[in-house]
Design a protein around this ligand. Structure first.
Ligand code: TRP
Length: 448
C-alpha cells in the first residue's frame, strides 16, 4: 500500500494508531486499491454467467438496484467503520462496540467468509492462468465451437491441472502478502486496470460489430420479469433475487470487512460517500462491459446462456480465435484478468491475516503461511469438484439437481454469508454506532 507519512495526518481520537499504521497517500490511491479489490472474477466470470442462469435483463436490473440501494450504503458503512476504528474487522467491532461479543462475532463471520471465498476463488483464478497459457500456445486459434467448449471441460475434469493452477495462484497470493511487495503492485493497479478496461472496450466493439448486437443487448437489458421469481416449472423461487443480492456483495467485496480494512487506512480529509460512489461506478461499468462483450458473441454462435461457470471461458476464445490480432488480445486479456483476480485475492487473504496479526499477535509470516495453507487445503475440494469429487454435492439448484462442491461453496458464501454479514454491518452503522461519529464520518472531507 502506498502510504504517506504520519505528519500529514492527525486524527482526534485514534492518533496513535494512525501514526503506526500509515494511510493511503491520497483518495486516488484508496479508490485504486478498493477498485483493485472489487474488480476481479466477480465482474468478468461470475456476473455474466449468473445473468445467463437467471434469465437476462430482469436479473441485470435487479442487480443494479441491489448495487445502488444496498451495495453503495454498505460500502459507505464499511469504510466508515474502518476509518473510525482504524482496525481490522474483528478489532473494529471490538473497539467500536466496547467489546460486546455479539458484534465481535460479526467480525469473525467476516474472517470465516474470507476463508471460504478465497478457497474456491483461487481455483477459478487458476482457470484464468491456464487460459493465459492456452492463449500463448494458441490451442484455441481457428478452432470450432465444439473444440473450444471441450477445452474447458478438459481443464476442469483434469485433477492434476486443477491442483497445479490452484497451487500456483495461492502460492503467488501468499508470497505477495508475506513479502509485502504490494507497494510495487499497487503502483501497477492503475495502469493494468486501464488496460483491462481498454481491452474490454475492444471486445465490446468487436461483439457489437461482428456479433449479434441486437440479440445480445436485448437479452441483457430487456427484462422478462417472471424469470426473476419463477423457475423452469413456473413455481415461485427467491433464488434469482437472492443471487442478484449476493452478486452485489461479492463484486464490491462487501459483507466480510475487506472494505473495513481498506477504510481503516483512509485519511480523515477524504469524503467517504464520494469514494464509495466512485468504486461502485467503476466496478459496475466493468461488469456491464463484460456482459455486452460476452452476450453479443454468444448469440452469434447460438450458444446457451445458462451454461454456468464455464461461460466466459467458452465464449471469449471464440472471439479471440476470429478477430484480428486475436491471439495477442487473448494473451493480454487472460493475463490482465489473472492480475485482477490476484489483487482481489490479496484483499481476501489480507483480512484474514490482519485479524491474526492485530488481535492474536501472530507474526505476519507465520499467519500468512498457516492461514494461506489452510485456505489452499480447503480449496482442494473445489479444485476436484468436477473430477475426483464429481457427484459429491452440497446444495441443490433451482431444478432440484445436486450442485458440485465449487458451485455450492460459492453459493453458500455469496448468497448467505456475505448478505448476513452486510446486514449486521448496516445495523451496526445505522443503529449502534454513535450518531455524532456517523455524522462526522459522513461529512468529513466535504461530504458526498
Ligand atoms: N470483489 C472481488 C471480485 O469481484 C472478489 C473479492 C475480493 C471479494 N475481496 C472480497 C468478495 C471480499 C467478497 C468479499 O472478484
Amino acid at each position: 500500500m502506498e502510504f504517506q507519512g504520519a505528519l500529514e495526518m492527525s486524527s482526534p481520537i485514534n492518533g496513535d494508531d494512525v501514526i503506526k499504521r500509515g494511510l493511503w497517500s491520497s483518495r486516488f490511491m484508496f479508490i485504486l486499491a478498493a477498485a483493485g479489490s472489487a474488480i476481479g472474477l466477480g465482474n468478468i466470470w461470475r456476473f455474466p454467467y449468473l445473468v445467463g442462469q437467471y434469465g437476462g435483463g430482469a436479473f441485470v436490473i435487479a442487480y443494479l438496484v441491489c448495487i445502488l440501494l444496498v451495495g453503495v450504503p454498505i460500502l459507505v458503512a464499511e469504510i466508515m467503520i474502518g476509518r473510525e476504528s482504524r482496525k481490522n474487522p474483528v478489532g473494529a467491532f471490538r473497539r467500536l462496540s466496547g467489546g460486546r461479543p455479539q458484534w465481535v462475532l460479526v467480525g469473525f463471520l467476516g474472517v470465516a467468509s474470507g476463508f471460504v471465498i478465497l478457497s474456491y476463488y483461487s481455483v477459478v483464478a487458476g482457470w484464468t492462468l491456464d487460459y493465459f497459457t492456452k492463449s500463448v500456445s494458441g490451442v484455441y486459434m481457428e478452432a470450432d465451437v465444439e473444440t473450444i467448449g471441450g477445452l474447458f471441460g478438459g481443464l476442469v475434469t483434469d485433477p492434476v491441472q486443477q491442483l497445479v493452477w490452484h497451487t500456483a495462484f495461492m502460492g503467488a497470493v501468499i508470497a505477495i502478502v508475506i513479502f509485502g511487495v504490494r507497494q510495487g503492485l499497487e503502483r501497477w493497479i492503475g495502469v493494468l486496470m486501464r488496460l483491462l478496461f481498454i481491452l474490454l472496450l475492444l471486445l465490446v466493439i468487436y461483439g457489437l460489430v461482428s456479433g449479434d448486437a441486437a440479440a445480445g443487448l436485448r437479452y441483457l437489458f430487456v427484462p422478462d420479469w417472471p424469470k426473476l421469481y419463477t423457475n423452469e416449472a413456473g413455481e415461485f423461487t427467491a433464488m434469482p433475487m437472492l443471487a442478484a443480492m449476493g452478486q452485489a456483495f461479492f463484486t464490491m467485496s462487501l459483507g466480510m470487512g475487506a472494505m473495513i480494512t481498506y477504510g481503516s487506512y483512509l485519511s480523515d480529509d477524504e469524503s467517504v460517500p464520494g469514494a464509495a460512489i466512485m468504486v461502485a461506478a467503476l466496478d459496475t461499468i466493468i461488469a456491464l462491459l463484460a456482459g455486452i462483450a460476452i452476450y453479443t458473441i454468444l448469440f452469434k454462435y447460438n450458444l446457451d446462456p445458462a451454461q454456468g461457470p464455464g461461460l466466459v471461458f467458452k465464449v471469449l476464445p471464440l472471439a479471440f480465435a476470429q478477430m484480428p490480432f486475436g491471439r495477442l488480445i487473448g494473451i493480454a486479456f487472460f493475463l490482465l484478468l489473472s492480475f485482477a483476480a490476484l489483487t482481489s485475492a490479496i484483499s481476501l487473504l489480507e483480512v484474514v491475516v490482519a485479524h491474526f496479526i492485530d488481535d492474536r499477535k501472530w507474526r505476519r509470516r507465520t499467519a500468512t503461511l498457516t492461514l494461506g495453507g489452510v485456505i489452499w487445503g480447503l480449496g482442494i475440494f473445489s479444485a476436484l469438484s468436477y473430477s475426483q469429487l464429481e457427484g459429491v454435492t452440497l446444495l441443490r439448484d433451482a431444478e432440484g439437481q445436486g450442485m458440485p462442491i465449487l458451485d455450492s461453496v460459492d453459493r453458500i458464501a455469496n448468497n448467505y454469508m456475505l448478505p448476513i454479514g452486510g446486514l449486521f454491518i448496516a445495523l451496526f452503522a445505522g443503529w449502534f454506532m454513535k450518531r455524532e461519529k456517523v455524522k462526522r464520518q459522513l461529512l468529513e472531507g466535504g461530504g458526498p
